[in-house]
Write a protein that binds this ligand. Structure first.
Ligand code: AMP
Ligand code: ZN
Length: 433
């Protein structure tokens, strides 16, 4: 067996489109039970109107995080509370949190998508799967939990943090697969080494799933070398359930995005017009199989592209590229648009550079400065000043060539950059705006 649901995963594109159209129309009529969409559709005269072709989605209004916040908590809910069995929310940096409600159908459909995704990356029911993610309101814990159970692997709901305990669990129960955020794996590796252990020989790990935060191909390569196993990219966002939205298959050539569950568009974030396949833009998604909390043309802010062509695995669902940034995390310094991922791409190609870095934007004497703290690998951080001076110059030049702004590089000891709880926060903008 190569697929979790062969019929859905390999559905010919023409039939997939028909399925999408039927599900889009179902979603549209269902959405009108939510106060927000009911009012919006009556204002713009769309009430009761159905689509004749999937391309007509372009005429529908976008939904943004701002809309979710303004209509917090129940404005997008289509069902009475009795029908709702769970909510997940992500804490807002400003204002109200974003909350998504799930009916029994929604939880069931989500669990199936995560199971499908894990299977796609090669996880089987014979695996022992340790989920190194926060359980609670965030989706990476329970989202994966239900998927692992649906797949039938032995789940270890380890939760995040406490590396010694993670390693202990892996060794006690013979963990073969893990899920975690990529920025944790360097830290975990150091603890392995401190304990005199090598994850390649002292565990039974055979694959891992990494996601929830942006990372580069270079970072993936490093992780794969450290652990001696493949790391598959997992993409999702709470507004679209959480994990199980798009996942890599054995070919690791982009992430299959499940088009029977989501209608996918890539738009230019300025003009909001669709871009051709292959071009980068903002990912916009419409839920196709969600009852309690349908979302129409939700602007994810994530920048990616559709990878043209077919995947040798036989799945017909298109592939998105790894997320290169967000249309809102891009920063502008001295007139240059900079994505943090460009800087990471440069840094992690340099073998002496360690696992973490931090970008601080400051305004000094009316001039914007980009200060980058860069951790240097232990074996290179030996007080050889000539060497460190050369390294600093090299990094400065490589970054200037990439982003066209000359950074101030400060080389720091490995482990000295404070780690955020959960996802890594790497850009600090201290300019007075
Ligand atoms: P949350 O809703 O808190 O789970 O955060 C979702 C966001 O995390 C997405 O919109 C992306 O910006 C980011 N994200 C999730 N998975 C990935 C991934 N595999 N690569 C890059 N960014 C990701
Ligand atoms: Zn594939």
């Amino acid at each position: 067996m190569m697929f979790w649901e062969k019929d859905f995963e390999t559905l010919p594109r023409k039939e997939l489109k028909q399925l999408q159209l039927a599900r889009l129309n179902k979603t549209l009529s269902n959405a009108q039970r939510a106060p927000y969409y009911r009012q919006l559709f009556s204002e713009n005269g769309r009430s009761g109107k159905m689509l004749g072709d999937v391309s007509e989605v372009e005429n529908l209004p976008f939904t943004t995080k701002q809309h979710l916040r303004e209509n917090f908590p129940y404005g997008f809910l289509t069902l009475p509370q009795k029908e709702i069995i769970r909510l997940h929310s992500s804490s807002g940096t400003t204002g109200n949190p974003t909350v998504i409600f799930h009916s029994r159908h929604d939880i069931d459909s989500w669990a199936n998508l995560v199971a499908r995704s894990l299977f796609c990356a090669g996880v089987r029911d014979t695996d022992v799967f340790q989920n190194i993610a926060g359980y609670g309101l965030f989706t990476g814990g329970l989202g994966f939990q239900y998927g692992i159970e649906r797949l039938g692997a032995l789940s270890i709901p380890a939760g995040a943090g406490n590396s010694l305990r993670q390693i202990r669990l892996m060794r006690d129960y013979g963990t073969t697969a893990i899920h975690t955020i990529p920025s944790y794996l360097g830290r975990l590796y150091d603890v392995f080494r401190e304990e005199g252990l090598d994850p390649r020989t002292d565990t039974r790990l055979r694959l891992m799933v990494i996601g929830a935060e942006p990372h580069t191909e270079e970072q993936r390569q490093r992780i794969q070398e450290m652990y001696g196993i493949k790391a598959y990219n997992s993409f999702g966002l709470s507004e679209m359930n959480g994990p199980g939205v798009a996942f890599e298959c054995e070919y690791q050539n982009g992430l299959h995005i499940w088009e029977d569950a989501y209608f996918v568009e890539i738009v230019n974030p300025q003009t909001l017009k669709p871009v051709p396949d292959g071009e980068f833009g903002e990912l916009v998604m419409t839920t196709l199989d969600r009852e309690a909390n349908p979302l129409i043309r939700y602007r994810t802010r994530d920048i990616t592209r559709i990878i043209p062509g077919e995947c040798p695995c036989g799945r017909t669902h298109r592939r998105i590229d790894r997320i290169t940034g967000r249309s809102d995390d891009m920063f502008i310094i001295r007139g240059c648009n900079v994505f943090p991922m460009q800087i990471e791409g440069v840094l992690l190609k340099i073998p002496e550079v360690g696992d973490d870095y931090r970008i601080t934007l400051e305004n000094i004497n009316d001039l914007d400065e980009m200060l980058i703290d860069v951790e240097v690998k232990r074996e290179w951080f030996r007080g050889d000043l000539v060497f460190l001076d050369k390294l600093q110059k090299k990094i400065t030049h490589l970054i200037r060539d990439e982003v066209l702004v000359t950074p101030k590089i400060r080389l720091v000891e490995p482990g000295s950059i404070p780690k955020a709880e959960g996802k890594a926060v790497r850009v600090f903008d201290k300019r007075n705006k």
